[in-house]
Design a protein around this ligand. Structure first.
Ligand SMILES: NC(=O)c1ccc[n+]([C@@H]2O[C@H](COP(=O)([O-])OP(=O)(O)OC[C@H]3O[C@@H](n4cnc5c(N)ncnc54)[C@H](O)[C@@H]3O)[C@@H](O)[C@H]2O)c1
Length: 423
């Protein structure tokens, strides 16, 4: 499936599973792209289906067929008017819904992480190989302006040989986890996650359950699965204190929220080594107060780039980050062509500063033109696998854990992702 192409699919009829915060946005975005049509929507809650169709009506699009229930993705995948199943439901639903699609000969696009266990990641790979259908990881951060700029720099050799990178998901979700709970003083107007699914996961698991926003782009910079591979990883977690303190402050020291033991450490740090001897550090911190960051640091023999805020230092003046006019000119010089062609429109439409729209533009362009995807089922599996690998390493006192080679050796010959566009 590496480099896999299908016959061009001029019109793509899409069934969306999970019309929550992410799914409703997806319905709106997909409705704005030529050749795409949302024909089906599935959710466990009827009112969310109504909201999905209301969003379509607002976009002046015909209503989608509604599928209601915990396994409504089965009937949606049976629908002959659906070519691709777009999965924006909570984490435990990703793989069952994706397998339902693949087993019925449909492509699927899966929110991140695509799978939460190694076994499920293998099931995705095997099902895609058997069905000969795309599994597209919906890793929008691969299409952020700065990530695309970093990819462009790596491809042009500006940073020299890449030896190390750092990425993260540092985003304080403490308040969001309890949105809509009586007594929560924060975000009361904001919709919380369905049935507090994310917090429930964090009660039961340590490690890094959400690794791909940092790891996905870095794997593309380093050609992981396409001439290099992740060999092993070590992972360490701090104690948990942030969620409990937040819950105490909102609901009182004796509240069930404050007394619940949460397994997820406040900061998890994982470090990979690749077959070619590079290192990648990935962090996850969602319950301590701190500004948002994906770090996005890439370091090579000629220089280093980092995000948050964006900075570059290059030989010979590597002790000083470029700034002012110099930095502006540098950014202009190395802006990725896809950002030049589509960035302005994407920013107007929105969705994480436009990168959600860029992602949907690109995979739909590939599908409609019979091209290989920028990220495939092996990338979906590899990037997602840190969820369980980190948990295993933490449980074993931060011992190294081997990363499965989902490509079964295909990484040695697969073509790296080039500098791609939609024109
Ligand atoms: N790429 C990104 O930037 C980004 C951002 C936010 C969320 N996400 C991902 O999107 C997914 C959804 O997150 P969210 O914040 O929208 O969650 P949410 O809780 O707002 O929405 C989940 C939706 O799924 C529905 N649902 C629950 N069980 C279902 C089932 N069995 N079948 C069908 N529908 C079901 C819920 O009713 C709800 O409408 C997660 O995988 C999350 O990691 C990605």
């Amino acid at each position: 499936m590496q480099g896999f192409r299908c016959a061009p699919l001029e019109r793509v009829r899409i069934g969306v599973v999970g019309i929550g915060r992410r799914g409703e946005w997806a319905v709106k975005r997909l409705s704005k792209i030529d050749g795409l049509e949302v024909t089906g929507i599935a959710d466990i809650e009827e009112y969310r289906l109504k909201e999905g169709n209301a969003a379509l009506e607002k976009e002046s699009k015909p209503p989608a067929k509604e599928y209601l229930g915990a396994e409504s993705y089965l009937a949606l995948a049976d629908d002959p008017n659906v070519d691709l199943v777009y999965i924006t439901a909570p984490w435990p639903v990703h793989v069952p819904a994706a397998l339902a699609a693949l087993e019925r000969g449909k492509h699927c696009a899966v929110e991140v992480p695509c799978a939460m266990t190694i076994e499920d990641a293998w099931r995705l790979v095997e099902a895609a190989e058997k069905a000969k259908r795309h599994v597209i990881p919906l890793e929008n951060c691969c299409y952020g302006d700065e990530e695309l700029l970093a990819l462009n720099l790596c491809r042009q050799g500006v940073l020299g040989e890449i030896v190390h990178a750092e990425g993260a998901y540092i985003h304080n979700l403490a308040a969001e986890n309890f949105a809509e709970v009586d007594g929560c003083k924060y975000f009361t107007a904001l919709r919380g996650s369905w049935d507090r699914w994310r917090l429930k996961w964090n009660e039961l698991h340590d490690g890094n359950p959400y690794p791909t926003h940092g790891l996905g782009p870095i794997c593309q910079y380093m050609n992981v699965n396409r001439s290099d591979k992740l060999d092993f990883v070590v992972s360490v977690s701090s104690k948990q204190a942030g969620i409990t303190e937040f819950a105490k402050s909102q609901f009182g020291v004796d509240s069930p929220e404050a007394k619940t033991p949460y397994k997820l450490g406040d900061m998890n740090t994982s470090i990979f080594r690749t077959a070619k001897g590079r290192t990648i550090m990935i962090q996850h911190a969602v319950q301590t107060p701190r500004p948002y960051s994906r770090i996005n640091l890439v370091s090579g023999t000629k220089g280093t780039l980092t995000g948050y805020p964006f900075r570059v230092a290059l030989l010979p003046n590597y002790e000083k980050w470029l700034d002012g006019e110099e930095l502006v000119k540098f950014k202009e010089k190395y802006t990725h062509p896809f950002v030049l062609s589509s960035g302005e429109l994407a920013k107007k439409i929105g969705g994480h500063g436009g990168m959600d729209f860029m992602m949907d533009l690109r995979w739909s362009h590939c599908l409609r033109n019979g091209l290989a995807m920028d990220a495939d089922v092996y990338d979906a599996a590899t990037w997602s696998a840190l969820t369980e690998l980190s948990e295993i390493s933490v449980a074993k006192g931060s011992s190294p854990v081997e990363v499965p080679d989902f490509t079964r050796g295909g990484w040695k010959t697969a073509e790296p992702l080039g500098i791609v566009d939609i024109i």
